[in-house]
Ligand binder design. Structure first.
Ligand SMILES: O=C(O)CCC(=O)C(=O)O
Length: 261
């Protein structure tokens, strides 16, 4: 499975509309990949709290501009696309941090509403509602388990995804540079403890005054880093995943079988 992670620059001087078009072109250029991944809240910026309500959109390609553009880009490239997340506005007016996954025909295959909201009584934690359901996606090559940014700190979510059959954990993020060490550490830890591939896709640059960690990475089920961005500039991180490694690692070092709780 060839996976390409697009570490997108979220620049406050670029309009959401321009970024959407630019990202759609970048996705179209990934034709040949089996899975393309975008970061968390790249249309508006994960820390642009004052713009969440204004930039909120529906998760449906029939009505949401990002969902529509990403559906078309996935179809044009013929790729599975984890389109990162958007500020989703429901018809009842609630906001969620919602990830969108498209099949190569452009169909919306899954949505995932971020379960753990970041901010400790500020920002996302008060502006957004919390999702309540772990989500897996049946990609033809592997079961994907979905999580978003701060979720990475909650290993019990990843265990639930493994119990639901996940072998590839996909984590879009807008992780701050201040805690870049935690990002890389948790991404590897989630891979090792769950004997899964982890695709950790962050954003580039600085938005709403928060410098981003970047350091998007592809990690194998043994915890080896197959590919990693060396900083926080916009870049594409590509790796070929040998999916047979999931079963091999689980059979030759069967720690998951020793779980008690
Ligand atoms: O946990 C962290 O340090 C960062 C989390 C975060 O930035 C987010 O979930 O938006």
């Amino acid at each position: 499975m060839r996976a390409s992670l697009l570490q997108i620059q979220v620049d406050p001087d670029e309009s959401v509309e321009s970024r959407r078009e630019r990202v759609a072109s970048l996705v179209r250029a990934q034709s040949g990949a089996d899975l393309v991944v975008l970061p968390e809240l790249w249309p508006v910026g994960a820390f642009a709290h004052d713009r969440f309500a204004a930039e909120a959109e529906e998760a449906d390609p029939a009505t949401g501009p990002t969902a529509l553009a990403m559906s078309a880009a996935a179809r044009d490239a013929g790729v599975w696309l984890h389109a990162g997340s958007v500020v989703e506005k429901t018809q009842e007016g609630a906001l969620y941090n919602t990830s969108l996954v498209f099949s190569p025909s452009g169909e919306l295959a899954a949505t995932y509403r971020k379960i753990h909201r970041f901010g400790f009584d500020q920002g996302e934690a008060v502006l957004m509602s919390a999702g309540g359901t772990p989500v897996t996606v049946s990609h033809p090559r592997a079961t994907l388990g979905l999580a978003t940014c701060y979720d990475l700190r909650f290993p019990e979510l990843f265990r639930a995804l493994v119990d639901a059959g996940a072998g590839v954990l996909v984590v879009p993020a807008g992780w701050p540079a201040k805690r870049a060490g935690h990002w890389s550490l948790f991404a590897r830890a989630r891979a090792v403890e769950n004997q899964c591939f982890v695709l950790a896709c962050g954003t580039a640059g600085t938005h709403a005054g928060v410098a981003q960690a970047g350091r998007s990475a592809v990690i194998d089920p043994w915890g080896e880093v197959l590919a990693e961005a060396d900083g926080a500039d916009e870049t594409v991180v590509t790796a070929d995943l040998d999916l047979s490694q999931i079963a091999t690692v689980r059979e030759t070092f069967p720690v998951l079988k020793d779980r008690v709780l």
